[in-house]
Design a protein around this ligand. Structure first.
Ligand code: HEM
Length: 540
C-alpha cells in the first residue's frame, strides 16, 4: 500500500523518465550484445532485420550475405539473434564438437507447446524428454533393423518401376507414394497403395496446419510466451490450436491401436506381423517401463512421416531434374549398370558395393539440391559461448544454411554442376589428402555433405533414407531413360518455397530401355507382391 501511494505521488516527469528508461536500457543491452556477436546486416532497434529478410528463398540471400559478412554471421528477428553458418567446418565445430551447448531447438510456442504439447521430437528442447524419445527411435534404426526393412524397400522400388512403366507422366506422385509406403511400413508395418488413403490425407492435413502456425509474426505468443497461460475461454485462437492438437493426437493413438490389434491377432493365430518401429516399441513397453503417456508414445512412430516421406521424395525429384539437365550422368549410370548387372535381372542391395557410381549419384543429389535447405529444424544454444572472438549468447537460434554449405566452392569447385564423381571413394580419398583451398578441400563430414544435419540432432533416419534413395535410383536408372522433353527449358534453380524444397513441376520423358528390361520389371513386380502381402494396406 505504502509502495503504491509512493508511486502515485510521483510527478509526471518521473513517470515519463521511467517509460523512457525501460526501452533505452533494453536498446543499450541489445547494442552491447550485437557489437559482440558475429557481424551481419545492421539491424533496426526492436525489429531487427525484419525489413531486409527476403520473402522468398532466404537461403540464397543468406548465401550472398555469407560472402559479404563471412561464413558465420548474425541476423536479428525482432530482438532475437540468429546465427547463420555457411561453412561445414564451422558447423562441425559448433554443432558437433560443442554439441552439449548447441543441441536444443528454438522455442516454438504455438506449434511445439500448444499444438503438440511437447510431444514431438522434431522441435523438442534438448534434455531428458528429448533423449528418451531419441533413444527409442534409434532402436528402430540400428544396422540390424535397417537390414530387416530392405526386402520391403526393394519390393516397393520394383513396384515404383512398374508404376512408372504404366503412368510415366505421374512420376512425381509415384515417387511420393513410394516414400510414403516405406515410411508407413517402417513405422507401422502397413503399406500405402494410394496417396488417397485416409491416413495420408490426414497426415498432409496435420502437416499443413502445423506449418501454418510457424509463420513469423502470426501469433503474439511467440514474442510473449506468457500468453499461452490465458484461459482457453478468453483465447479462442489457443482453443482452436488445442482442438487441432487433440485431433492429431487421436489419429496418432489410433495408428498405435492398429498395430496393438495386429499383434494381439497374430498371437492368437500363433504367427507374426511385419517388424516395425511401433511393434518394437509396443513389445519393449511390455518388458520395461517407458516413461511416456499413450499420447506421447504415439508421436514417436508418427514423427517418421513428417520427417521422412516428403524429404526422400523431394530428393528423388531433384535426381530427375539432375538427370534431364546432365545427360552425361545418365549415360555413365547406364554404363555401370549394364556392365555390372546386365539386362536379365534388376539391381538389388547385394549389388550396392559393386555400383560405386550409383552410390555416388545418390550422394551428389543430396549435396546438389539439399531438400532441408536451411538445415531442417534450427538448432538453439543453451549456454553462453565464444567462438573466434565472437560472443554467442544462450538462446541464440543457429541455422546451418545447407544451400551455402553444400554449394560452397571451397569444397566443391563448380558447385552447381551435378557431378557424381565427386563422391567416388577414390575422389574423396584424394580430396582428404590435398587440402588446397579453392580447389576442393575435404568436407569434414564422413558422408561428404551436410544434408542430414549435425551432432546430436543429426537426422536419425539418414541411413534408412540413403537406402530408399539407392534402391529406387538403381532400379529406375537400370530400367529407364529419363530424358529432357523436346522444347522444355529446364531451370535448375526453379524450386518451391518452404521448409523443405523440391523442383517446381516439370515434365520429362521416362521410357523403358528395352523389351528385356520390361520383362524383368514385370517379373520383379510379381515377386514384390509376395513380399508386400504381409504389409496390409491402409485403405482409402
Ligand atoms: C533424404 C531424406 C532426409 C533428409 C535430407 C533429412 C534431413 C534431416 C535434417 C537436416 C534434420 C535436422 C538435423 C539437425 O537438426 O541437425 C532431420 C531431422 C530428423 N529426421 Fe530426417 N531427413 C531425411 C529422411 C528422414 C527419414 C526417412 C526419417 C525417419 C524415418 C527422418 C527422421 C528425422 C527425425 C525424427 C528428425 C528429428 C531429430 C531430432 O530433432 O532429434 N528423416 N532430418
Amino acid at each position: 500500500m505504502a509502495i503504491t501511494s509512493a508511486f502515485a505521488s510521483w510527478p509526471p516527469y518521473a513517470w515519463l523518465s521511467l517509460i523512457l528508461v525501460i526501452p533505452v536500457v533494453t536498446l543499450l543491452h541489445d547494442i552491447w550484445v550485437w557489437m559482440r556477436m558475429p557481424p551481419g546486416p545492421t539491424p533496426l532497434p526492436f525489429v531487427g532485420n525484419k525489413f531486409q529478410l527476403p520473402q522468398k528463398s532466404p537461403w540464397i540471400q543468406f548465401q550472398d550475405w555469407s560472402k559479404k559478412y563471412g561464413p558465420i554471421f548474425t541476423i536479428w528477428i525482432g530482438r532475437k539473434p540468429t546465427i547463420v553458418l555457411s561453412d561445414p567446418v564451422i558447423a562441425q565445430e559448433l554443432l558437433e564438437k560443442r554439441s552439449t551447448k548447441y543441441s536444443s531447438r528454438p522455442r516454438m510456442v504455438a506449434m511445439g507447446e500448444i499444438l503438440w504439447d511437447g510431444a514431438s521430437i522434431l522441435v523438442q528442447p534438448y534434455g531428458k524428454q528429448w533423449s528418451t524419445r531419441r533413444k527409442l527411435l534409434h532402436q528402430a534404426m540400428t544396422p540390424k533393423a535397417l537390414k530387416m526393412y530392405k526386402p520391403a524397400q526393394t519390393a516397393e522400388a520394383s513396384r515404383l518401376c512398374q508404376h512408372l512403366l504404366d503412368r510415366p507422366a505421374d512420376w512425381e506422385k509415384l515417387l511420393e507414394r513410394y516414400t510414403s509406403s516405406i515410411v508407413f511400413s517402417v513405422a507401422y508395418g502397413h503399406r500405402i497403395d494410394s496417396l488417397n488413403a485416409e491416413v495420408i490425407r490426414d497426415r498432409f492435413k496435420f502437416m499443413t496446419y502445423a506449418a501454418s502456425l510457424n509463420v513469423p509474426g502470426r501469433y503474439m505468443v511467440e514474442s510473449w510466451p506468457f500468453l499461452k497461460y490465458i484461459p482457453d475461454v478468453l483465447a479462442p485462437w489457443k482453443a482452436d490450436i488445442k482442438a487441432h492438437g487433440r485431433e492429431e493426437a487421436t489419429a496418432n493413438m489410433a495408428l498405435v491401436d492398429v498395430v496393438r490389434s495386429d499383434l494381439a491377432r497374430a498371437r492368437t493365430r500363433g504367427d507374426d506381423i511385419p517388424d516395425s518401429l511401433c511393434k518394437l516399441l509396443l513389445e519393449l513397453r511390455e518388458k520395461e517401463h517407458i516413461p511416456l503417456s499413450d499420447r506421447d508414445f504415439s508421436y514417436i512412430p508418427a514423427s517418421l512421416f513428417g520427417a521422412g516421406s516428403d524429404t526422400t521424395a523431394s530428393t528423388l525429384c531433384s535426381a530427375f531434374l539432375a538427370l534431364v539437365t546432365h545427360p552425361d550422368t545418365l549415360a555413365a549410370a547406364h554404363a555401370e549398370l549394364d556392365s555390372v548387372i546386365g539386362p536379365s535381372r534388376s539391381p538389388t542391395f547385394d549389388d550396392e558395393p559393386h555400383l560405386p557410381y550409383i552410390r555416388a549419384l545418390a550422394k551428389e543429389v543430396l549435396r546438389w539440391r539439399p531438400v532441408a535447405v536451411l538445415g531442417g529444424t534450427p538448432h538453439a544454444s543453451t549456454e553462453d559461448d565464444h567462438y573466434e572472438g565472437y560472443y554467442i549468447p544462450s538462446g541464440t537460434t543457429i541455422l546451418g544454411n545447407s544451400w551455402a554449405i553444400n554449394l560452397n566452392e571451397e569444397y566443391y569447385p563448380n558447385p552447381h554442376h551435378f557431378d557424381p564423381t565427386r563422391f567416388l571413394d577414390s575422389a574423396m580419398a584424394e580430396r582428404a589428402k590435398n587440402l588446397t583451398p579453392l580447389s576442393g578441400r575435404a568436407h569434414p563430414a564422413k558422408a561428404g555433405h551436410s544434408s542430414f544435419g549435425w551432432g546430436r540432432r543429426i537426422c536419425p533416419g539418414a541411413d534408412l533414407a540413403a537406402n530408399s534413395l539407392f534402391i529406387a535410383l538403381a532400379k529406375i536408372l537400370w530400367a529407364f531413360d529419363v530424358a529432357p522433353r523436346k522444347g522444355v527449358v529446364y531451370d535448375t534453380f526453379k524450386y518451391t518455397e518452404g521448409f523443405n524444397i523440391r523442383p517446381q513441376k516439370f515434365e520429362c520423358d521416362i521410357t523403358i530401355r528395352s523389351e528385356a528390361h520390361r520383362e524383368v520389371l514385370l517379373r520383379d513386380s510379381k515377386e514384390a507382391e509376395g513380399v508386400l502381402e504381409k504389409f496390409t494396406p491402409f485403405g482409402e
